[in-house]
Design a protein around this ligand. Sequence first.
Ligand SMILES: C[S@@+](CC[C@H](N)C(=O)[O-])C[C@H]1O[C@@H](n2cnc3c(N)ncnc32)[C@H](O)[C@@H]1O
Length: 386
Amino acid sequence: MRHLLQRALQSRTFYWNGLSNLRTCAQGFRLYSKLDQFCYPVSLKGQHCLNKRDFRSGYFQSANCSLSRSCYTNVTTSQDLKSENEEVLKDASEDCPVLEAISYWTREFETAGVPEPDASAEYIAAHVLGYKSFSLISPLVRNLTAEEKTKVWKLCEKRMNRMPIQYILGEWDFRDLNLVMRPPVFIPRPETEELVEHLWLYLQEDLTREEEDLDVLEVGCGSGAISLSLLQEFPQACCTAVDVTKEAVELTQHNAERLGLGDRLDVKQMQFNTSADFGTKFDVIVSNPPYIWTEDMETLEQEIVGYENHCALHGGTDGMGLIRDIIHIGHRLLKPGGSIWLEVDPRHPDMIQTYLNNHLQYQLQLTGVYQDFNNRPRFCCLELRE
Ligand SMILES: C[S@@+](CC[C@H](N)C(=O)[O-])C[C@H]1O[C@@H](n2cnc3c(N)ncnc32)[C@H](O)[C@@H]1O
């Protein structure tokens, strides 16, 4: 596929949306395959000539072979397109085709070193047009109105300032839920969807659960992603969700109300520590705690450092600060047979095992360590011995 893309670009009969050279072309293709979103080869009159299904079925390959410059006597090259459009794009009052706006901002982002330049431009354009993703924009080939263009330009400026796309859009999906996102509340990551999946499977296996209550404590709820997912999946569940920051507590509450899950959720602003007491016990304690090591804090991307709460990230010298507190009082907060579920750094499972070996009085056993999609050990299940 890579050499076909190269040939298409070299032949200059296609303008390949958003991709101005082979390197980004190859990157773009990989990225879009993963996200199930695709770039569309477009003729240079702005008509998109291949759709997603054609692309998948290899139509692009045959199109590439059969369409030559001679078939398109009026074809403009991508270089020409770039220079023609620079002028139109600079004038905010001018209408401009969606695809050209995306290409323009992709290039701007690339030049400025903004990560995921093409996905960023596409998400923003899709959002302004009322779609969740670029692949859903319909019709793909149309002009942005002056108002839409102003909005796209404003949001893209934010991205130029390295604001995460989730904050720019003001929403993001987590499993089946659509959650409001607001800085500086931590943006839920795909790995945390995996944590919830493992916990979900674990609870599903326990068939008696259907009739029983399921009391969950979440430590560090952020936007509410974990608690709200569990409440949605388990109608018998009740969650207590705590977070040290006011912004997180308010956002979790707001998301719960939007999703109609507020009546089974108790959100508290508190600093969880070894003296935490809820006057009740839980079947499950779940947390994606701040677990980044002090030495690693300097390596974080600009998007994270500049916009997300520091206390959502930094877990102390060895990233284990809050993890140790949770383990320390876990046995006091758990019902018999209860479990603790944690998302951690890959170095932490071994450290947790050592910590438990040195603190047998906690009566906790590390019964499961699960890998994330990069095959790194990231999720731990600790069960209270009965
Ligand atoms: C990594 S974020 C996880 C947020 C959310 N659970 C998620 O997965 O998207 C960690 C959260 O823990 C909160 N937090 C940090 N230390 C805390 C503490 N001692 N007690 C309660 N919350 C804390 C932070 O404010 C932040 O919202």
